[in-house]
Design a binder for this molecule. Sequence first.
Ligand SMILES: *[C@@H]1O[C@H](CO)[C@@H](O)[C@H](O)[C@H]1NC(C)=O
Ligand SMILES: *[C@@H]1O[C@H](CO)[C@@H](O)[C@H](O)[C@H]1NC(C)=O
Ligand SMILES: *[C@@H]1O[C@H](CO)[C@@H](O)[C@H](O)[C@H]1NC(C)=O
Ligand SMILES: *[C@@H]1O[C@H](CO)[C@@H](O)[C@H](O)[C@H]1NC(C)=O
Ligand SMILES: CC(=O)N[C@H]1CO[C@H](CO)[C@@H](O)[C@@H]1O
Length: 724
Amino acid sequence: MSTLTFFLFAILGLAQMVSAVPSSQSKPRAAAGDKYLLGVGKADITGPVVEINFAGYANSEQVGSGVRQRIYSRAFIIGEVDNPSNRFVYLILDTQAGDTAVRRGILEGVAALGSAYSVYGRSNIAVTATHSHSGPGAWFNYLLPQITSLGFDKQSYQAIVDGAVLSIKRAHESLQEGILDFGTTRVEDANINRSLYAYLTNPESERAQYQDDVDKTLTLLRFKRASDGKNIGVITWFPVHPTSMLGNNTHVTGDNKGLAAYLFEKSVKGDSLAADGFVAGFSQANVGDTSPNILGAWCDDGSGQQCDFKTSTCADGKSQSCHSRGPFFWKLDLGVSSCYDIAAKQFSGAKSLYNSLDSTSTPITGPTVRSFHYFQDMRYYTFPLENGTQVQTCPAALGHSFAAGTADWPGAFDFTQGDSGAPNNPFWSVVGGLLKVPSPQQKACQGAKPILLNVGEMETPYAWSPNIVDVQSFRVGQFLIIVSPGEASTMAGRRWRNAVKSAASQLSLTGGVEPYVVLGGPSNTYTHYITTPEEYNIQRYEGASTMYGPFTLPGYINLTLKALPYLSPSASGAPPAGPSPPDNRQRSISFITGVVFDNTPIGQSFGSVTKQPSSTYARGAVINATFTGANPRNNLRLEGTFAAVEKLEDNTWKQVLNDEDWRLVYTWTRTNGALGYSSVTISWETSLTEDVPGTYRIKYYGDSKPLIGSVKAFVGVSNSFTVV
Ligand SMILES: *[C@@H]1O[C@H](CO)[C@@H](O)[C@H](O)[C@H]1NC(C)=O
Ligand SMILES: *[C@@H]1O[C@H](CO)[C@@H](O)[C@H](O)[C@H]1NC(C)=O
Ligand SMILES: *[C@@H]1O[C@H](CO)[C@@H](O)[C@H](O)[C@H]1NC(C)=O
Ligand SMILES: *[C@@H]1O[C@H](CO)[C@@H](O)[C@H](O)[C@H]1NC(C)=O
Ligand SMILES: CC(=O)N[C@H]1CO[C@H](CO)[C@@H](O)[C@@H]1O
């Protein structure tokens, strides 16, 4: 490129960043990329928002009490133009993980859509998750993560499955020809390494190749339709734990990833370069040892000390008072402000990259779209390391430090650190006695790990954790996606991506174009963590949660590389499917009770306002209205809303905010269990910059269940008030 052309590109790039509207001078660069079949879709997956334990922190006290933000499935389809059977679906769920039960349900649901959907199946659907820690749980296939949620809940499971299927349907219906390109940017101050002590065990020469101890690079893949050149969506990959919302938050949110997606989608509404229905997916990456709580881990014991570097404990030798701090930790708002900050950093990094893409991006080239998927039993899978030494992976097991949790929220799973004692939980009372001591072979295989939960050798009453894992990867042109079943640590993700990149080059998979590799997960089934063998050997939380022994990562790399030739343009066929994982959906235990009935105190009716808002508020105030409520589990109102703010415009009320909006919060409180009374408070956190003065009212959509008879919908409406 000549200097003059370079300057021209630079100026065009700047013009593009300043204004989203293309002028006649700043014509988007002619695409050098190939054409693909592209589709995007989004659907609501918000399950029961109350009385169900949240998935993520394994804290049985964290039970839902409402919604701050609905959660979604975002579906992205990429296919070949000439051979429509070569395509894949990348799903991003605002949930804690991909899961075997949920994945089965999605595959069944897609199959039931009819023959036009027979092109989608096990091999080419990736069920990835943002790893949010603030959504309802109780949908897991395996027993271990069911314990804190008191079992499996059909309603919670079905909401995710139905929404994911609907998002795929929408993406499929939107399929049209278009082009893809990608770019990268650094996102500063949005993640730190929460397990630096473990990271430092990796060889110095390897660490020296990287500027940071967590990956700061955000990769953005853009979908642009050919018909009118409008952008239809983006996927970003950036590693940061969605643990901005703390373990004592009980409102459903998509945490920092779900919020970043919301901010992006909102920012392109009405933009002439973005199509209606634009979908922004913020996918998770090598998240394992990252934290959004960028001020580090501190002891909340009055000592003013940071937690111990090696063990993350405080002066009492325990992890319970060690808490990591988000950028706004002092606000004591359960992480809401810190979450917004970390989301905004990801959003603005992604958005300025997006704005500059027309002049800076790398086009995706090479018409090939391929995928592979197979199941692998990790029990004693034997394979050679690079130096030829034969090693093996093991039946799943969790080590002692798993019980300690992390500084993002200590004391996972109700165990106290280093204590193999029982959690106080009715589910545990039934299954705790079934714990098995590890076999000698398992003990030897797990190496440095002192085994706390020998889950891989326990099948009673059904499997506790996956021994059979999903091995899956996708490619479009030179862009390769590793679909990781667990949370790879920073260095584990780098090794895995590097191995795939060099194997792809050796196999000449991408012709003359340099391969680019991303890793997305946790996907398909939840296998906890994936650390390097070095990190494993010092057994911090992440190492203790690396289930298949010290060679888990080299095992995954071997399994990925083995099938990589299936991504070649000349490849036809697929690897053998491998053994099927167990289907525990019908046999799962549950101690979760349904809604018995709703009732109102005398003199009230469902939806009547028990506390009206004041008549006037200044922008910036929190506006509350309280209603006579009913249990929101009676009707999830998927694709709808429990709460709304309406604005008076030309004598008609127009909805301006609903459950999708971060600043509108729905809280349900059981006020009398025996009599079936409950109340709902809707809180609008108004903003000086985002809200305009006017006349407003608050609306509550509910559904009540009588003792006998069917569920009935009702609406509550507050008095109108003015915001100045
Ligand atoms: C939630 O947890 C954080 C971190 O320990 C703590 O600072 C905060 O006070 C807690 N909030 C409530 C309401 O318990
Ligand atoms: C993976 O392991 C198998 C044995 O299980 C071996 O045959 C193969 O060469 C290994 N592949 C790579 C790429 O290391
Ligand atoms: C191969 O590498 C592993 C892991 O680094 C090591 O334990 C083993 O001793 C090496 N084997 C040989 C033959 O060098
Ligand atoms: C508004 O309602 C929320 C949720 O119930 C509550 O936490 C908050 O204190 C209320 N604020 C005011 C100003 O009443
Ligand atoms: C470069 C960087 O962000 N380092 C951080 C790694 O994580 C520890 C806490 O676990 C911080 O103290 C470091 O600043």
